[in-house]
Structure formats: structure tokens, C-alpha cells
Design a protein around this ligand. Structure first.
Ligand code: ZN
Length: 137
């Protein structure tokens, strides 16, 4: 019988820009629900934070945040800054994207050896929510 389940995971970010490895939180949910095989979507429900898949090496995670910030610097004359002064964060979040689709295979996340699920904050620190949806068995 096919299962369709949803959950929300909470993440507290501690800096303006921060990359957080959330892979174990997602693995724990898969284990706790007993998922075996299917498709899992992982989404940021925010417009200034995203989700991507890459290596979870700590210096690389710093590099990703730092260099995306350089690519889209604060206060560079954005129109949206007249509203709430965070256009840079919205634009950087569009570069990362808001979600990732993963496979669950034989009770494991179908990630490559070095792949991790990364939550990327661009307008912290804040309390954030990640929505996970699973369809499978
Ligand atoms: Zn805004």
C-alpha cells in the first residue's frame, strides 16, 4: 500500500548567511516512519532560504555561503530594499532553489557518497521550516 506522508522539520539558523547539513534530520524521519522505497521532496518554505544537495564538508559549506553572498552583495541598489532591505537574500535564494527531490531506496536516502542535503540561510538568524513529503512504500 502506497504511503503519502508529510512532515515539517525545524531549523534554527545562527548567522546572516549559513549552510546547515540537514541530512541526518531527514534520515531520522525516514527511519522513524519505516519508509523503504519511494520519492521524497525536501523544501524550504521561505523566500530567503533554500535547499540544495552538495558536499557537507564544513569549509565548503562556508565557501558556498560566502561566495553566493559576494555574487549578490547587500545593498546594491535593489528595488525590493525599499520594502524590507533583504533583496540580496531573495536573489541568492533563487540561485540555490527552494527544494530537492530524493529517492529512498531500500530504507536509505539515494544520495551519492559525498552528497548531503543542505539548508542555505541568506537572511538569518531565524527559525526556519523545512517541509518533507514522501510518496512510496
Ligand atoms: Zn523581502
Amino acid at each position: 500500500m502506497t504511503k503519502v506522508l508529510h512532515t515539517k522539520l525545524s531549523v534554527k539558523t545562527a548567522a546572516d548567511v549559513e549552510v546547515i547539513d540537514v541530512t541526518e534530520m531527514i534520515r531520522n524521519w525516514i527511519r522513524s516512519e519505516g519508509f523503504s522505497d519511494g520519492i521524497l521532496t525536501v523544501s524550504s518554505v521561505h523566500t530567503t532560504a533554500g535547499v540544495t544537495i552538495n558536499e557537507g564538508e564544513s569549509r565548503l559549506m562556508e565557501d558556498i555561503g560566502m561566495h553566493l553572498s559576494k555574487l549578490v552583495p547587500k545593498g546594491a541598489g535593489y528595488l525590493h530594499d525599499k520594502v524590507d532591505n533583504n533583496a540580496h537574500a531573495h536573489i541568492a535564494a533563487t540561485l540555490i532553489g527552494s527544494s530537492a527531490t530524493l529517492s529512498v531506496v531500500s530504507k536509505s536516502l539515494g544520495l551519492g557518497t559525498w552528497q548531503r542535503v543542505l539548508f542555505v540561510e541568506f537572511d538569518g538568524p531565524r527559525s526556519r521550516t523545512i517541509r518533507c513529503n514522501f510518496v512510496g512504500v
